[in-house]
Design a protein. Structure first.
Length: 78
């Protein structure tokens, strides 16, 4: 599943060095994204996204400028 998110993230263009992109597969299978200037904010956003539903939590990952997954969003209730 991460491969799909990484592919979509690459299609959005490069991520600047020392910046992060959060990619989310929502509960309705739509993909959303948001870029951040620091890892702490990106992780918090990914965790929030992963906490949005109880039955089918969205998948959220934080990517660095090399498109490596550096964090997977974790629901707060897990």
């Amino acid at each position: 599943m991460w491969e799909r998110l990484i592919e979509k993230a690459r299609a959005l263009g490069p991520i600047r060095e020392r910046r992060y992109r959060v990619m989310v597969i929502e509960g309705d299978l739509q993909t959303s994204n948001r870029d951040f200037e620091d890892l702490k904010s990106a992780k918090a956003y990914a965790d929030d996204a992963a906490s949005e539903t109880d039955d089918a939590p969205p998948v959220a990952v934080v990517l660095d400028y090399r498109f490596n997954v550096v964090h997977e969003g974790r629901p707060y209730y897990a």
